[in-house]
Design a binder for this molecule. Structure first.
Ligand code: NAD
Ligand code: GLY
Length: 362
């Protein structure tokens, strides 16, 4: 597999995803000539690591640059923190030609993107994802949001960036747990769309988990291709795009039920893939050997394979009913008849219950 740039096409226009080492230094090339000001939105952790390099790179544009640090963590992905962005933009009297540069993981990208979508009814923004999860998934496709105590990502908008700039070297500073979490979303693409890619993930799981830069670069490039293809066909999630939520009905329930930030989003997705495979076996007859392969690869990339015990069945069901895919209170799952294919469907409550109790943490 080779590492190459990817184009995302949506009804509103096209944008590039630049992928490779050293792209932070080329960031100025993605800034439109008519930008009036640049606002780097980040958090203290990422600012400390990469803020200076990003500001130096952006300085080549000659535009005024300001930086806003938001508190770090999923716990702060909320309305109150979002408002800090508007305070900053309005405080500096920044106009509609301001360009936001979202420098960080999925939390920063989702919040900065949502702020860009609604500030003065929409300003341009560039995604500069710095976690593996953000590089393979959240920075691409224009889903922006904040959490609400009653549900994850419930308040948001579809709003595309003008460019995604992925510098693969920033993964060198990423904690191992975050690499594992990002790999869950990588494996997800293979399960949904491409058995050969799933096989590749299984074969290289240990090296990917260890942070092998060449393999991670290939995983990022291929993942962005998958995501761009889906988003190009179904930007607003009228059908196909919902399959990208494989494992997420369970994952969102885990995150909301345990309290945001207890499990990383990607860890919850990894566990969700295992649960979705088991439910696929019961509901659609997915071969048992394939279910076992899903469990093994999730374990090999370092994500949990057991569902947290502290959620009771009523709580699981109630949390899953608030999933955005639910229709008239009926829970919908993304399930696999076989590896490489995904469908949206309902499942028997008894099967869901059995899967959860079979996979409860010891
Ligand atoms: P995150 O943004 O919280 O980042 C994880 C941690 O890594 C943070 O502490 C961050 O400061 C730190 N960090 C970031 N880059 C680093 C680096 N290079 N080196 C060292 N530390 C670094 O978490 P995440 O996993 O990136 O994103 C999860 C969020 O993404 C969730 O809120 C989820 O809902 C969202 N998401 C959105 C989409 C979408 O399509 N918009 C898709 C998937 C997930
Ligand atoms: N992460 C799922 C999506 O972007 O649709």
């Amino acid at each position: 597999m080779t590492i190459k740039d990817v184009i995302v096409s949506t009804p509103g226009g096209q944008y590039p995803i630049h992928i490779g080492p050293g792209h932070l230094e080329k960031l100025a090339q993605s800034v439109p000539a008519d930008a009036s000001a640049l606002v780097v939105i980040t958090n203290p952790t990422v600012d400390h690591l990469y803020g200076q390099r990003v500001r130096q790179s952006l300085a080549q544009t000659g535009k005024p640059i300001s930086t806003l640090q938001l508190p770090d963590g999923e716990l702060y992905k909320d309305w109150k923190t979002l408002n800090l962005i508007f305070d900053h933009l309005l405080g500096l009297r920044l106009d509609r030609r301001t360009v936001i540069v979202a420098l960080g993981g999925g939390v920063i990208g989702d919040m900065a993107g949502f702020a860009a979508a609604v500030y003065m009814r929409g300003i341009r923004f560039i995604q500069v994802p710095t976690t593996l999860l953000a590089q393979v998934d959240s920075s691409v496709g224009g889903k922006t949001a904040v959490n609400h105590p009653l549900g994850k990502n419930m308040i948001g908008a579809f709003y595309q960036p003008i460019a995604v700039v992925i510098d693969t070297t920033v993964l060198e500073s990423l904690p191992a747990r975050e690499i594992s979490a990002g790999l869950a979303e990588v494996v997800k693409y293979g399960l949904i769309m491409d058995e050969t890619f799933f096989d590749w993930c299984c074969e290289h799981a240990q090296q990917l988990r260890a942070g092998d830069p060449a393999l991670l670069g290939q995983a990022i490039s291929r993942s962005c291709e998958f995501k761009a293809k889906v988003v190009s066909l179904d930007e607003r999630e009228t059908g196909l795009r919902a399959t990208l939520n494989l494992g997420h009905t369970f994952a969102h329930a885990i995150e909301a039920g345990l309290g945001y930030g207890q499990w990383l989003h990607g860890e919850a997705v990894g566990c969700g893939l295992v649960l979705a495979a088991a439910l696929s076996q019961r509901t659609l007859g997915m071969p048992l050997a394939q279910v076992q392969r899903v469990r093994s690869v999730v374990q090999d990339i370092g994500c949990p394979i057991h569902a947290p015990r502290l959620l009771g069945m009523d709580q699981w069901l109630s949390l899953m009913r608030s999933d955005k895919k639910a229709q008239a209170g009926e829970i919908k799952f993304v399930l696999m008849p076989t590896i490489g294919q995904a469908v949206i469907c309902s499942a028997d409550q008894a099967d869901v219950q059995a899967v959860l109790s079979e996979h409860a943490a010891p």
